[in-house]
Design a protein around this ligand. Sequence first.
Ligand code: ATP
Ligand code: MG
Length: 311
Amino acid sequence: ATNTPVPVVTSIELASLPKLASGKVRDLYTVDAQTLLFVTTDRISAYDVIMANGVPLKGAILTQISAHWFRVLSGAVPGLKTHFLTLTPPAALTPAERQLVRARSMQVRKLRVFPLEAIVRGYITGSAWSEYQKSGTVHGLPQPAGLSQCEPFPEPIYTPSTKAELGQHDENISPQKAVEIVGERYASRIEELALQVYKAGAAYARERGIIIADTKFEFGLDEETDEIVLIDEVLTPDSSRFWPADGYEVGRDQDSFDKQYLRNWLTKEGLKGKDGVEMPADVAAATGERYLDAFKRLVGKTLEETLAELG
Ligand code: ATP
Ligand code: MG
């Protein structure tokens, strides 16, 4: 049974639960008034558009990496609240539906989502590097002179963006603009938590051979206690740039365990931002291998072992 090929799943229908929403990668179902089933498909997006085909095992990899982080971070960041409840699917599902969402879903607390992408950058790369070269700033924030490509910032920086509706593009904003969107009190707590979680996660990953160059968190509000809760996926290769520490060198692009391979292929083929692109099997497989490699390093065992433990 262990050698049965796992099907690539880009769309799931669960008749037993009402679907609340569908994002680029995930489908959310309502379990009850306080609880969601958070299902991660094998869909992959790059430059804000979804590829026509999926990446093998991606949904399971992202779900299990996030679950691992929720455990690790709850211990590492004092007082941190997360939306994670359980990897066990809800009782309402039929046996066939359980099979469909097995390993790729978790039950989470349903919360009001702050309309911010809480981005933290430890190293200067990507759009931040482009902006810095033009203006010496990152999201409008002045940075020290003389930084080289992929160099660490003196301290990790918080560079939020807006959270765009499906099909729209997120917009980089200043921390001041984030205050205008969510209010002073929530904005400063979100910034503080984002930086704490990034630092704890980056230190953990670094000991396992991975540099987390930057990442994006989302936060929700527990309206009963007025507490800010870490939600969504956490420190995955979809939401972060993961670099192998052993090949790291300042002054050039880095290899990565994330979507960068796919992004580079799209750029090379002139397909950047085009809808409905079908990835060749080798590009999808190579991307999956990178995700699996990140999984093994972070979780410390293979995906197969982790899935076997799920039962
Ligand atoms: P991408 O991550 O590629 O930008 P996306 O933002 O459309 O895509 P998905 O990851 O596909 O998002 O779907 C997850 C959705 O679920 C997001 O809109 C996220 O804000 C929302 N979400 C995450 N956790 C919770 C939660 N605990 N309660 C309510 N909504 C949540
Ligand atoms: Mg998302």
